[in-house]
Design a binder for this molecule. Structure first.
Ligand code: IMP
Length: 210
């Protein structure tokens, strides 16, 4: 299916999260867009009421496109554990509570796996998912999903990255995301294939719309 191309000009990153805005800025810089964030424009932050990554990314992107009059890009991401029916999924941030306590969130994942007797690697399958939605003021949208598969390991390993990185061992690697540098985790430079869910989604977005 043909994707609508994004013409050079102003692009709103529909996020109030500084880390996310920086990462998206870095990825978009080479393409010559004038990137502004929803925070810069004082746009309201919509509540993430969706039950899928696609719904949440779309509601953020459309809200920003409508309010600003410019094409807007949003992402939604999370950690999905197969034996927990995909949890924490869209609730990945919420499992860490108001204090953003990811040590606790990772422990919760492990306790739930233990209570199911999930000790073998094949019972501990998990993935990171990132969905990007680019929305235009006329209501058109393009959606891209990136995933990386692996398994939950315990105890947590490594202190790089963030969130659930220390308990995620991607398939084919012997180090967790928490033990990788940012370059290794994302991959996707000239010589390496994209590895992280986010860089895979970005690759699809760039191929489709840029
Ligand atoms: P979002 O800001 O609504 O997209 O929530 C994303 C949440 O998913 C984060 O707070 C993390 O808990 C988790 N998450 C997403 N991507 C990653 C990653 O690359 N590493 C670790 N955790 C992640």
């Amino acid at each position: 299916m043909a994707h609508r191309k994004l013409e050079p000009g102003k692009l709103v990153v529909a996020s109030h999260n500084k880390g996310k805005i920086r990462e998206i800025n870095e990825l978009l810089e080479p393409f010559g867009f004038e990137v502004v964030s929803a925070g810069d424009l004082d746009l309201p932050e919509p509540e993430e009421t969706g039950v899928t990554f696609e719904e949440n990314a779309a509601l953020k992107a459309h809200a920003a496109a409508k309010a600003s009059g410019y094409p807007s890009l949003a992402d939604d991401s999370g950690f999905c554990v197969a034996a927990l029916d995909g949890d924490p999924g869209v609730y990945s941030a919420r499992w860490a509570g108001p204090d953003k306590d990811f040590a606790m969130a990772m422990r919760t994942v492990e306790e739930k796996l233990q209570s199911k007797g999930a000790t073998d690697p094949e019972q501990r399958r998990s993935s990171f998912v990132a969905v990007l939605c680019l929305a235009w003021p006329d209501g058109h949208e393009e959606v891209f999903r990136g995933e990386v598969e692996g398994q939950v390991v315990w105890p947590p390993r490594g202190s790089q990255g963030f969130g659930y990185d220390p308990i995620f061992l991607p398939d084919g690697k012997d180090r967790t995301f928490g033990e990788m540098t940012s370059e290794e985790k994302h991959g996707g430079s000239k010589d390496t294939p994209a590895l992280s869910h986010r860089s895979r989604a970005f690759r699809l977005f760039a191929d489709g719309c840029l």
